[in-house]
Design a protein around this ligand. Structure first.
Ligand SMILES: *[C@@H]1O[C@H](CO)[C@@H](O)[C@H](O)[C@H]1NC(C)=O
Ligand SMILES: *[C@@H]1O[C@H](CO)[C@@H](O)[C@H](O)[C@H]1NC(C)=O
Length: 180
């Protein structure tokens, strides 16, 4: 009994380290899901074996990322939620259209489930009425127009996108770690 009370107190205390209350997802689940999503991106690459030596025509938006040690935890988590939402949006294409990605549907579905799990898990930690990041929105539009549309939604275009998303997920994981 006393042990249980002690553990309860310990857990409550651990929540007081600057994180918004109810943000357990970040501490306990985020990393596990992040690793899973990156593995699923690798599975996609392995399934098509598309090779591209081309570089994306869109520079990686380093400047959009909040500074790991200077930005507030809230701003960092809000950025992460928006980014993961955009990633989901980019891959949620009409299955019957010819803009479809070249990967196995089940792998992409699993990936999207992980993305939604992450944003749902983090939702108690962010104030979603906050203003959305317009530059992030424009960057994702550019991925569509400068890569996917320009390269006619080819397997190579999707491979460029996949590689780009992988870098984002790795960066996001670092950002999440710095918020913990
Ligand atoms: C992808 O293929 C590489 C090389 O064959 C292998 O080492 C890796 O485990 C594979 N990854 C996944 C997630 O299937
Ligand atoms: C991809 O291209 C590089 C360089 O052209 C080559 O070394 C590599 O073996 C290729 N990989 C696959 C999977 O075709």
């Amino acid at each position: 009994m006393f042990n249980r009370i002690f553990l309860l107190c310990l857990c409550l205390c651990l929540d007081v380290d600057g994180l918004p209350l109810g943000c357990r997802w970040l501490q306990h689940k985020f990393r596990e899901h992040s690793v899973k999503s990156i593995t699923l991106l690798e599975t996609m690459a392995n399934s098509t074996n598309t090779n591209t030596t081309q570089d994306a025509d869109v520079p990686f938006p380093d400047e959009l990322y909040p500074h790991p040690s200077e930005a507030s935890v809230e701003d960092k988590l809000w950025f992460i939620v928006q980014l993961l939402d955009k990633v989901s949006e980019l891959l949620s294409v009409d299955q019957s259209s010819d803009t479809i990605w070249p990967w196995q549907k089940s792998t992409v579905d699993d990936f999207l489930v992980v993305m939604h799990g992450q944003t749902r898990g983090l939702s108690p930690c962010v104030d979603s009425s906050k203003k959305k990041n317009k530059k992030l929105h424009h960057y994702f539009k550019k991925l569509t127009s400068h890569i996917l549309e320009k390269m006619s939604y080819s397997a190579e275009a999707w491979e460029l996108i996949r590689k780009e998303l992988r870098i984002h997920l790795l960066r996001v994981e670092l950002l999440a770690l710095s918020s913990n």
